[in-house]
Write a protein that binds this ligand. Structure first.
Ligand code: C2E
Ligand code: MG
Ligand code: MG
Ligand code: MG
Length: 288
């Protein structure tokens, strides 16, 4: 089951669909039915930490359980959802799953870190995004301070004026924005000065060898310096080793995320972490 799979590394369902058009069509249908039913999508959450390894945030990552215990990777089905016009329906479902979880956590814990949600550029720029978001925030009583959206640079290749408009509305709600996979896109750095962005997420491909390759080390430190110059925060994704963590810490990267600290986990495991996190905060207060 999802809980068990989350314990270890989850299995990727091998569908080898990309090669065959009819299999592609079948998978689109499967996805459509799954979105309609809504019961096979589960949210996992991966903590983000600061230099002292205290939890500072959680990233929501969707999993699709097509048959019991068989998980299909979002890297596989998100692109299919985008190409087949289903991404908005899927992300509306994800928003509801995350918001209901957030409401639950905030009822039980004094301190729940901000939760980030990955958002497709297609959805961000759609007419329905802001009205739906508004409706859900009201329905689940979610203030903007509780959430963050992660978008990739590719969204800025589209309609820059519309991007500015939408992101300014989000900023007005106090929703944070981070640029996911930063450094891998093709857009110009121009958008960094025009858009209300809070965080650059250094892509895993640069983090991978930041402690062993001069070039990747330079790229990471340059991104951190650029962010700091512009008043933005940085988080490194895909941190897997002590050496990577040490290097990035020395470069004054603000936050860190990766298997070295935590894997994406099912809700039951996050509950346990939030318990500990809240106890630690409570004892700090009494000591002070
Ligand atoms: P992403 O947003 O860049 O998420 C990071 C991915 O790297 C996640 O894969 C995460 O499990 C994985 N990861 C985290 N730490 C490490 C590490 O230390 N080493 C390695 N090798 N991998 C690590 P996941 O969950 O399979 O998601 C893949 C991508 O699918 C995400 O990349 C994101 O672009 C997309 N995705 C996931 N959930 C959602 C969602 O709810 N909505 C949308 N639109 N996209 C999603
Ligand atoms: Mg992300
Ligand atoms: Mg990322
Ligand atoms: Mg990535």
């Amino acid at each position: 089951n999802a809980k068990q799979a989350g314990r270890d590394n989850f299995k990727i369902f091998q569908s080898s669909m990309a090669s065959d058009a009819s299999e592609q069509f079948n998978f689109e249908q499967t996805l459509r039915l799954a979105i309609q039913a809504g019961t096979q999508f589960h949210m996992f959450y991966q903590p983000k930490v600061n230099k002292d390894q205290q939890m500072t945030g959680l990233e929501a990552l969707v999993r699709l359980e097509l048959s019991p215990g068989k998980f299909t990777s979002p890297a596989e089905f998100i692109p299919v959802a985008e190409e087949s016009g289903q991404i908005i329906a899927l992300e509306e479902l994800i928003l509801r799953l995350v918001f209901s979880q957030l409401a639950n956590w905030h009822k039980r814990f004094n301190n729940t870190p901000r939760v980030s949600i990955n958002l497709s550029g297609k959805h961000l720029l759609s007419e329905t995004f802001l009205p739906y978001l508004n409706k859900c925030m009201a329905e689940f009583a979610i203030p903007g301070e509780w959430i963050e959206f992660e978008v990739t640079e590719s969204v800025f290749l589209n309609d820059m004026d519309r991007c500015i408009q939408v992101l300014q509305v989000l900023q007005g709600f106090n929703i944070a924005i981070s640029i996911d996979d930063f450094g891998t896109g093709y857009s110009s750095l121009n958008y960094l000065k025009n858009l209300p962005i809070d965080v650059l997420k250094i892509d895993r491909s640069f983090v991978l060898e930041c402690a062993s390759l001069k070039e990747d080390a330079k790229i990471c430190s340059t991104i951190i310096e650029l962010a700091s110059t512009l008043g933005l925060k940085t988080i490194a994704e895909g941190v897997e080793t002590e050496a990577q963590f040490q290097f990035l810490k020395e470069q004054r990267c603000n936050d860190f995320q990766g298997y070295y600290f935590y894997r994406p986990m099912a809700v039951e495991r996050i509950d346990e972490l939030l318990e500990v996190h809240n106890q630690a905060l409570a004892s700090n207060v009494t000591e002070a």
